[in-house]
Write a protein that binds this ligand. Sequence first.
Ligand code: 5GP
Ligand code: MN
Length: 349
Amino acid sequence: MLATPITPLIDEKNLRHVRDLILQSSNILITTHVSPDGDALGSSLGLYHHLLKRGKKVRVMVPNSFPYFLKWMKGSEDVLIFEYNPEAGKHIIDEVDLIFCLDYNIPKRIGKMATHVQNAHAKRILIDHHPYPEKACEVVISHPEKSSTSELIFRLIDQLGEYESMNHATAECIYCGMMTDTGGFTYNSNDPEIFEIISLLLKKKIDKDAIYSNVYNNYSKDRFLLLGFTLLHRMKIYDELHSALIYLSKEDQNQFKYNKGDTEGFVNYPLSIKDIVFSTFIREDEDYIKISFRSQGNFACNEFASEFFNGGGHRNASGGEYYGTMKEVLEIFENGLQQYAQKLQSSKR
Ligand code: 5GP
Ligand code: MN
């Protein structure tokens, strides 16, 4: 008997398998994708606190660092960053019995950790909401119709019959992931059960208003000025194609003392312009160019990401990478827009 009114989602066979694997393991590693966002870290740390409480030795390892506005999360200071110490990271991957793969569908998404995680002797459990999951893990809990991996972690704990013992830190991290992957419950969030889950998290005495502020009202002054600059000088609107582009070179970012995470959310702004269904943000990083896509309604921006930038993601939020110059990316992007002209013109919000 479940203690909550949430409809069971994870199938019984997977649930039993997860329960057994956790019982059999004493040393557990939780991994998540490159440039961890609120959901990646929220789902990982949420599960981390829950397993710690069950007396397990648990660690969270991420490929590279995460933005400052996620550092308030309990346990974030204990997260291992593979890029900073790959030798120690490899050693940990080798010694654990069980590895959780959270919020990513394919090994490529954990960058340089991938081959080590794939070759580890540990059993692997994938829990994710991106389409086309890798099937090589012992357990694959994949629900692309759900808006966050953090919600899946809530459902897992609930279906294991452990809602009562869920602690405050887990509830906070799960809420953060659900909130950030839905833009503060402004998209992908019409499922009534999301709000039932929020209610159950509030019963754990989380302060949802403080969590919102910690994430969204915690930016530096320079980040705010960079946003103003971007919208004024680096935005292009393609009215006919209901599309918008923003782009930032390395120099642009340096001018505003760019810190990791400063441009988080920028890609969403053009979508608040009437009739824009597709927004793209192109940003020069250290040794590659990062591209983010967002769309509204039925325009599948993950198809665009996969066709032109070897990327992927969700229908309305996706991304890709490019190794080359800004000029080349802009050309590929604009040609892509022309190829998708018909789809863009007929897209409905
Ligand atoms: P963001 O624009 O916030 O970095 O990424 C949005 C979503 O796009 C992510 O949740 C992820 O699903 C997907 N995504 C971003 N970059 C990549 C990429 O390089 N490859 C793939 N396959 N997916 C990506
Ligand atoms: Mn996610």
